[in-house]
Design a protein around this ligand. Sequence first.
Ligand SMILES: Cc1cc2nc3c(=O)[nH]c(=O)nc-3n(C[C@H](O)[C@H](O)[C@H](O)COP(=O)(O)OP(=O)(O)OC[C@H]3O[C@@H](n4cnc5c(N)ncnc54)[C@H](O)[C@@H]3O)c2cc1C
Ligand SMILES: *[C@@H]1O[C@H](CO)[C@@H](O)[C@H](O)[C@H]1NC(C)=O
Ligand SMILES: *[C@@H]1O[C@H](CO)[C@@H](O)[C@H](O)[C@H]1NC(C)=O
Ligand SMILES: *[C@@H]1O[C@H](CO)[C@@H](O)[C@H](O)[C@H]1NC(C)=O
Ligand SMILES: *[C@@H]1O[C@H](CO)[C@@H](O)[C@H](O)[C@H]1NC(C)=O
Ligand SMILES: *[C@@H]1O[C@H](CO)[C@@H](O)[C@H](O)[C@H]1NC(C)=O
Ligand SMILES: *[C@@H]1O[C@H](CO)[C@@H](O)[C@H](O)[C@H]1NC(C)=O
Length: 574
Amino acid sequence: MFSSIWIRLLFLLFIVDATLADQAHLHQDLYPRPVTEEDWAVLNVSVDGRLIRGFPFSQPCFIDPNSSACKEVQQYYLNGNLRYNVPGSTTQTNWETCQTTGQRCLLNEDDPRDPDAIKDRNACEMGSISSYYIDVRNSADVVQPFKFSRKTKISLVIKNTGHDYIGRSTAPDSLGLWMHNMKSMTYIPEFVPVGCSKNDDFTVVTAIRMQAGVQWDEAYAFADQHNVTVVGGSDPKVGAVGGWLQGGGHGMLSNTLGLGVDRVLQFTVVTPNGTVHVANKYQAQDLFFALRGGGGGTFGVVLDATILASPPLTLQMTVIQWEGLHLDILSRFIKVLVNNAENMAHNGYGIVVSPNTGVFVTPTLSADQAEVIMAPIINFRHSLSIPNVTVHSQTFHGWLPFYSKIMQKDRVAIGINMVTSSRFIPRSSSTTKAREQLHSALVRMTETTEYIMILGTSPFTFHHDGTTSVTDAWRDTIWHVVTGRTWSYNATLEEKRTAYRLASTAVDHLRSITPPGAYQNEADVHEPGHEVTFWGIHHDRLLSIKEKYDPDRLLDCWHCVGWQKDSPRFRCYL
Ligand SMILES: Cc1cc2nc3c(=O)[nH]c(=O)nc-3n(C[C@H](O)[C@H](O)[C@H](O)COP(=O)(O)OP(=O)(O)OC[C@H]3O[C@@H](n4cnc5c(N)ncnc54)[C@H](O)[C@@H]3O)c2cc1C
Ligand SMILES: *[C@@H]1O[C@H](CO)[C@@H](O)[C@H](O)[C@H]1NC(C)=O
Ligand SMILES: *[C@@H]1O[C@H](CO)[C@@H](O)[C@H](O)[C@H]1NC(C)=O
Ligand SMILES: *[C@@H]1O[C@H](CO)[C@@H](O)[C@H](O)[C@H]1NC(C)=O
Ligand SMILES: *[C@@H]1O[C@H](CO)[C@@H](O)[C@H](O)[C@H]1NC(C)=O
Ligand SMILES: *[C@@H]1O[C@H](CO)[C@@H](O)[C@H](O)[C@H]1NC(C)=O
Ligand SMILES: *[C@@H]1O[C@H](CO)[C@@H](O)[C@H](O)[C@H]1NC(C)=O
């Protein structure tokens, strides 16, 4: 009796053992099997406990609308910086959702306190938010997830601020590498690139090294403390090292001081086989080229970047502003801008124009000289018969005072569903002969879209060294023109599709009169021929660098170099 029980028990144990052994064998060779809690726990230990479960930004309101966490989400839904402290959030909320299935966890953007949006408590779904994030602090935190993804086939995404307009920092059921908390900055009065020897021709420069999570408002304040100027973007919360820098990076000073990619001196980057490279002009040159315009999320995980710091500047600024949207006035304003585009660009102006505001700033003129160049803008004001038009000119000593007073105040909306579309306008379009055509294309665009932004932020007078991988079209660009469409949190599939279509067709007016060229970071999700439009002649070389460093495509993102368009990670794209 006893013995037979023992034999059965032993037999059972043997079976259990054999099954376990079998499974162990499967683990090694036949992934994917479902990844278990235990697998995640092991990964968690390998990154010193910095694995976080992903959740959507608005989840607290679905759990308890009366909680202080929900009140905070409601208060800062459309502004403020709270969003950036939560890995499961994006600036354009459609990238938090699964646009194809409608799975979402959103509040009503017209009224974040609207109880209707949260009345179905089960309606908070993960959408495209990563299932887990690693709060990355060092290179090991990146090497481990690369190994994990290679083994389990779990998609990786690199998530910094979540500003990306074509959804490259989220993916359903993925593991996110959250870069946000890598915040350190170092001022380097005499920077010498690693691997640069005495014989190399290199002029020692002043630089700032920034870790991957630094955002522009932090970088501007740091540069100001050290009495130097850095070139960054308009939104204070865009990342200074992530997608902005690796995809191009334009700003109000780019006309004279160059794009972000023109000013970066060195990257520290972990490639998918786990190697940490220091890439610059003297070593890992292929990676250095690729990271200077080839796009974020593609070649490796950048841990830090060292960028050029320039002496402080004196800026001459003019702002014109009126209330409300008047298409007739906008059309006349665009005519003034088209007629004066080249003159402004030659005089170092950076410009940002939205339907009722124009900001113009230059570091190369005196106040008297600026008044002459700005005369057409100042005179335009006198031709307007509507009330409440203001024109204001001012001299600023330093970038930060200008930025804090003017740019930071005028932030574009966040926390809404939105897609963009854009085009580069070449200098030939602003010649006397071509002006009429450009004006009428832009006016037709304003008639078919909700909004237009004309950005004079190209490196128009900057002398570049010809070694970046952004399309050469950037170098011939006078304006980068952006438009977009929005939709409500509970829009139907059809409404979303319409928004995409209208954003895209609005730019057709410009596509038909310009050569291929658009900025990958503010692009149409369905940009036609994106390889050429984003990278021009550089695409083939970028693709071979992608093959070399990421042959197994552990990194992948929408319209990125070497992307696998049939990958399930893109199933939420419309
Ligand atoms: C409100 C607003 C204002 C903007 N203003 C400007 C502007 O003035 N000038 C301008 O040039 N652009 C501007 N942009 C566009 C901006 O450049 C892009 O949104 C850019 O992708 C943001 O990069 P991020 O790292 O902050 O964002 P994320 O969405 O977190 O990342 C963007 C991409 O970079 C990758 N990435 C992030 N960090 C790393 C890293 N450490 N290593 C490797 N890959 C990484 C991500 O995987 C993703 O593919 C603006 C966007 C918004 C929404
Ligand atoms: C990872 O480990 C840390 C430390 O033990 C723990 O606090 C955290 O909750 C774990 N993360 C997950 C997702 O379980
Ligand atoms: C929230 O507070 C209101 C008013 O205090 C109360 O009526 C309601 O039941 C509370 N809801 C929950 C989910 O606790
Ligand atoms: C990783 O890839 C690089 C570039 O292809 C190669 O030089 C290096 O030897 C590889 N390292 C490992 C550990 O495989
Ligand atoms: C800032 O730098 C400029 C030139 O680089 C110099 O003239 C000026 O004295 C410096 N200001 C301070 C406060 O250090
Ligand atoms: C002009 O501005 C004033 C003060 O801000 C405001 O009260 C008034 O309504 C505005 N007029 C128009 C026509 O918008
Ligand atoms: C969308 O939300 C608004 C505001 O909550 C509501 O009035 C409207 O009925 C909703 N539409 C649909 C299709 O559910």
